[in-house]
Design a protein around this ligand. Structure first.
Ligand code: THU
Length: 159
């Protein structure tokens, strides 16, 4: 029997400690919650993807009466970015969530399906995506999806 220890390193910053570029992306994710359609969960999530060109593409969760047909903010943003800017790598993704008008104190983490899609976008362009998870108490930053998705399934596994 062999044992592997999987180490995940992430950083938590105060908002003021972030670069102007990161602050701007977090602000865009907060703004993006305005596009949330969440009549069932009342949980408003926004995502902002920064492209290599510097452009920002927004996403927000979109719910449906048939619950599984809805989509998270992260995938809404990433799929929009891929569809509208297929030649542009995504270099960073910020996520913010609120209930009513109050943003959450602790950052939310992308669900498993969104992590898999983030991993796929990294693979597609060969570029790690800096992930910024906003909470009013601090911003969790992961350099790429790997710390959040160890032992991930990638296309190379099928070769
Ligand atoms: N949701 C997101 O958009 N992103 C996440 O990271 C977690 C969950 C959405 C899905 C659903 O519309 C609502 O939040 C409650 O799960």
């Amino acid at each position: 029997m062999k044992e592997y220890k999987l180490e995940a390193v992430v950083h938590v910053y105060e908002l003021a400690e972030l670069s102007e570029e990161d602050k701007q992306l977090v602000e865009a994710a907060k703004q993006a919650t305005k596009g949330s359609y969440a009549p069932y969960s009342k949980f408003l999530v926004g995502a902002a993807a920064r492209l290599e060109s510097g452009s920002i593409v927004l996403g927000a969760n979109q719910e449906n009466a048939a619950y599984p047909s809805g989509l998270c903010a992260e995938r809404t943003a990433l799929f929009a970015a891929g569809a509208q800017h297929p030649d542009q790598p995504v270099v960073a993704l910020a996520i913010a969530a609120r209930k009513g008008r109050s943003f959450l104190a602790k950052p939310i983490s992308p669900c498993g399906a969104c992590r898999q899609v983030i991993s796929g976008v990294e693979e597609r362009y060969g570029v790690p995506i800096r992930i910024l998870l906003y909470g009013t108490e601090g911003v969790l930053v992961s350099e790429g999806i790997k710390p959040l998705l160890p032992l991930s399934f990638v296309d190379e596994d099928m070769r």
